[in-house]
Design a binder for this molecule. Structure first.
Ligand code: LMR
Length: 328
């Protein structure tokens, strides 16, 4: 029918438009590593792309490259400093080489939920963290939420001793390595894009991640089950290079910053819901989700929390106290 033909040609032109920037537009490449659907970061990045391209058409052209198609997190910050990419949103664990301040976000059982993380990030200390790497050429524009981390393995994880002797994939972070060592596990840092294959082939036995990542990359399909530990968090810094940001005309920078703030507010308030939906999708797809009894959870806390001791110098005892006050 004519309507179908019209719908087809509209969607074809939309596809073409996505790949083509007009001459004279400032091009912003945004590289990230997750899927786009049922994922807090994927959804936020797509919304940012849509709004910028609609509202700043003729001035700015934003192109999102999800699923590690352009860079993985180990490469993207270097690429940004080279000017090859202008936006990224790596997890806070990935800034290890640039700042030790973000280590507070990796410490197990530091924040009771994402609302507590949000409150900490919005404090003066949290806001200052966005600018803590400007001397290294990186500027944080916003914190973006993902959610609470869960543990999975190729055997049931109920008590912390179940993790003994297992190899766990971790993001490349000293805190996360120490956390897995505290469990008697062996931490194996690797890029997010390699985790599914490593779990499938038995290169590693287990991993930790949010529901949306475990669902989006199908980790649950190659694990015995996922235990709802809520033992830590994954959150992101939407980051650019100071060179790029400073190069923008004032009006462009202001408009971009406003859109980023609005997208951040709109999507951060939905992140917990998005993860809950991903958890339900795992169950619906036949994945096993295990709950801990209060006693079991206490045992995980007792095993992992001593890791704080090793990092309190990097993180600052006053910041730990501030985070704990928010939890209370
Ligand atoms: C991971 O490496 O597991 C996560 O940081 C991926 C992501 O961006 O959520």
């Amino acid at each position: 029918t004519a309507a179908a033909v019209l719908a087809l040609s509209v969607s074809a032109s939309a596809v073409m438009a996505a790949g083509a920037c007009d001459e004279g537009e400032i091009v912003i490449k945004f590289s990230h590593v997750t899927n786009t659907d049922k994922h807090p970061k994927g959804i936020a990045a797509t919304l940012l792309e849509k709004r910028v391209n609609e509202e700043m058409n003729g001035k700015v052209c934003l192109e999102v490259f999800p699923n590690s198609t352009l860079y993985n997190d180990n490469q993207v910050l270097e690429a940004m400093l080279q000017g090859d990419v202008q936006l990224a949103a790596p997890s806070l664990s990935k800034f290890e080489q640039f700042t030790k301040k973000f280590r507070i976000f990796d410490l197990p059982f530091m924040f009771k939920n994402i609302d507590a993380v949000d409150e900490f990030q919005n404090s003066e200390t949290g806001q200052a963290m966005k600018e803590s790497m400007t001397r290294r050429g990186l500027l944080g524009l916003a914190f973006w939420h993902n959610g609470m981390k869960q543990m999975s393995a190729n055997k049931p994880l109920e008590n912390p001793s179940d993790a003994n002797g297992l190899k766990f994939r971790v993001q490349n972070s000293d805190v996360l390595k120490a956390q897995m060592a505290a469990l008697g596990g062996s931490p194996q840092p690797m890029a997010f894009s390699e985790v599914y294959g490593a779990l499938q082939t038995g290169v590693v036995d287990g991993q930790e991640n949010t529901w949306s990542n475990i669902y989006g990359k199908k980790f649950f399909e190659v694990q015995d089950g996922v235990t709802e530990t809520n033992h830590g968090i994954i959150d992101y810094l939407l980051v650019t290079s100071t060179d790029f940001w400073d190069s923008l005309p004032d009006d462009v920078r202001d408009q971009l910053a406003t859109i980023i703030d609005e997208v951040t507010a709109a999507r951060n308030s939905e992140s917990t819901k998005v993860n809950e939906e991903a958890k339900q999708a795992i169950i619906a797809a036949g994945g096993t989700v295990r709950q801990l009894s209060p006693e079991q959870r206490d045992a995980w806390v007792a095993t992992m929390k001593p890791v704080w001791e090793q990092f309190k110098g990097d993180v600052g005892e006053d910041n730990i106290a501030a985070a704990q006050a928010i939890n209370a």
